[in-house]
Write a protein that binds this ligand. Sequence first.
Ligand SMILES: [Fe+2]
Ligand SMILES: [Fe+2]
Length: 258
Amino acid sequence: MRLLFIGDVVGKPGREGLAAAMPELRAQQHPDLVVVNGENAGGGVGITDATAKEIFEARADVITLGNHTYRHRDVYPLLDSDRRLVRPANFPAGNPGRGHTIVEAAGMRVCVINLSGQMHMRVERNPFTAIDELLDSLAGAADAFVVDFHAELTSEKVAMGWHLAGRVAAVLGTHTHVPTADARVLPGGTAHITDVGMTGSRAGVIGVRREQALRAFMTQMPVRFDTADEDVWVMGAAVEIGDDGLARRIEPIMIPAG
Ligand SMILES: [Fe+2]
Ligand SMILES: [Fe+2]
């Protein structure tokens, strides 16, 4: 089973870049399953009903989210009604949406889980114990498990890779928008990368117009942030998963959008 995983799609430039690059990516990677992190799809922060649908139209099978999940209220009904949209599993259970979904890909039942770090992030439950409980409750329900670990710290993300090594097919990091060079299959057969990077403008500062980000750093005053739109790249990872539900290989992806 071939998984194509795409990092945080940032604003309209990210959405358009994703749609433009997808045909080439599909031709290169022949994915059976496409998972896209969409937590920055709506105006650079959060996701809306319309932007979620736009990403599905670009042929994402599942959209994962993160700390900005609830920024736009108009997506709450879709979070509840569309099983292809997942938000962090360690958020309060009563919040809109679900933390995992099970989809069919290449004859396998693949469970896609979204999980949030707890360092510099607000979560209800510790991600390490929350994922243990979730995997216990899902035993036998899927043939392979893919985790989007949306977290700030490299240490927490590396630790999660080791925590789940041999138990899931992949632990793919998102949120920091900067790709890391550590993609590998951990002993036990778990593909891991600390962060896959983002789908957005490399001319800005992790998706924001660089002059605005610089002004904020230089003055420490409130600055309005707009989404940067030049030099859009698509970043992610391709993972090959065997019938045993474990990874054979992981390849980072980083291509210009158009
Ligand atoms: Fe993000
Ligand atoms: Fe985030």
